[in-house]
Design a protein around this ligand. Sequence first.
Ligand SMILES: [Zn+2]
Length: 220
Amino acid sequence: MNKEQIEVIGNNHLSSSVETPMRSDAFDKSDDEKIKNIQEYFGLIMEELGLDLSDDSLSGTPYRVAKMYVKELFYGLNPKNKPKLSTFENKYGYQKMLIEQNITIDSACEHHFLPIIGHAHIAYLPKEKVVGLSKINRLVDYYAHRPQVQERLSIQILKELQNALETEDVIVMICSKHLCVSSRGIKDKNSFTTTIAYGGYFEDDLKRNEFLNTVNNQTL
Ligand SMILES: [Zn+2]
């Protein structure tokens, strides 16, 4: 790929698959080994930029960045960190829409490694199974903490919930700001991006509007 093609992919936010593209040896190394290596590489980047790493304020930065990448920002790359979506029998017989809204999105764009920040609004129609509310938040947090594109993030959350709840009747809406759009490139500070992924019940316009109206009208 030439440099122009690389920019086109980044600026158009194209992604190639629903699965996050991972190497087959992604988890052969321990987190500690990865932190040690990234610390070294990031130090080289800083040096190349002309920074003096012997300065007290800068000397710990390569380690801090490496630890932040592996343990915080991108902890969701590792399947061993995936939250267990334990489900329960739907004892109340509640079968109408359940909406969990304003779930924090704290992610990073895979084209520029800059933050994506916003909210997710998720609904499902309980059938036989229900899931603890906070588990939905944890699932969003897990998939958000990888280098991402917003479309893929929406679909990954949707598919995971559909599998766990054993129903197609799930909708995932994400509204977020991409710092790679606001701080570089076009530098638009006001625009934000909305994606809506859904299946089953929510394929119907009226049902989808019921969800959208509730999300748009309800503020706590
Ligand atoms: Zn980007």
